[in-house]
Design a protein around this ligand. Sequence first.
Ligand code: GN1
Ligand code: MG
Length: 359
Amino acid sequence: MELNLASEVLKTYGFTKENTIITQIGTGLINRTYLLSPLAEQKKYILQQINTTVFKSPWAIAWNLKAISDYLSQHFPDYLFIKPIPTIEGEEMAQLNEEFWRLLPFVPDTVSLDVLTDSRQAFEAAKQFGKLSRLLNNFDASTLKPTIPGFHDLAWRYEQFIKALSGSSESIKAQAEAQIEDALNHKHILDYYISYTHRSDFPDRVMHHDTKISNVLLEEETFDGICVIDLDTIMPGKFISDLGDMMRTYLCAFSENEKELNRIKIRIPYFEAMIKGYLSEMKAILTETEKELILFSGRYMIYMQALRFLTDFLNGNPYYPISYPIQNLDRAKNQFKLLNEIAVNEKELQDIIEENLMY
Ligand code: GN1
Ligand code: MG
């Protein structure tokens, strides 16, 4: 972080550059995150710059977090909700010129993982995300603001893809020919989704919208789930967003960046643990329609992410940072392979779901 800016931001929170150690942490693609260790305190903090290209109205994030945190502290005072620490002037965020920063408490004795190495981690993480939605079941989701309009709207993502397709050059399209075909061939996922959206028992709920494993803090020795973090995309959505993104990111031992496609396989025990963890919180409140869509949630999120990577590639990579030119195309390939793995294992996965819905 630029030195001048650093001291301005720190001052807003009552720290100085001289008495605070700052180190960059985190692996997210969107926000920049720093660990702040004031020399005079045991406590540490997380300082994060909000990416305003992605989050065009940062105050919407602050609004949502305040509304949810007020509700939770009134109804579930023991729940650990990581809300921003106000500036010394009492603001929810620090605004410096066009930049937005916020300070969060660092939760000691916890770890955040980048990959799951044990199915129990899938159980613990899924339980944490399920718990957040369960505690907010009676909270009026419509009072929240969309922090990214259309974020998990598959119809909009598909439209963006079609638009990118018509705007890209023949040579780019030739490079992505197979993935474009995959995207078009899987449009039935969108049609299926649309056929459900008007059902009255497919409610908007409060969703986290970014349920990857690094967004759950686990106790560092026992690996018990402690809390969820990265709350910028908490907003109204369908339950398929959270469960689906867990399927997308927990089931394979390799991430969306893996290029060796025969490594993209589904770990069935992780699926089972994830379903058990999520249902341990959500089974009692999911509607019949939602229960029907459990496995579909994975298809929905994996397809959407494949479309997003492919669209970004066709557009010249304005959104997802890349370390080589065709990385977003490779990521799309990876996601289409994962989508195919869901289809290959469908029967077994659906049996697991049904078994766990029964008891
Ligand atoms: C982005 O920055 P990160 O890694 O938390 C993206 C998610 C994608 C993910 C894919 C705001 O999340 O929706 O699933 O990349 N977040 C936003 O890696 O676009
Ligand atoms: Mg995120």
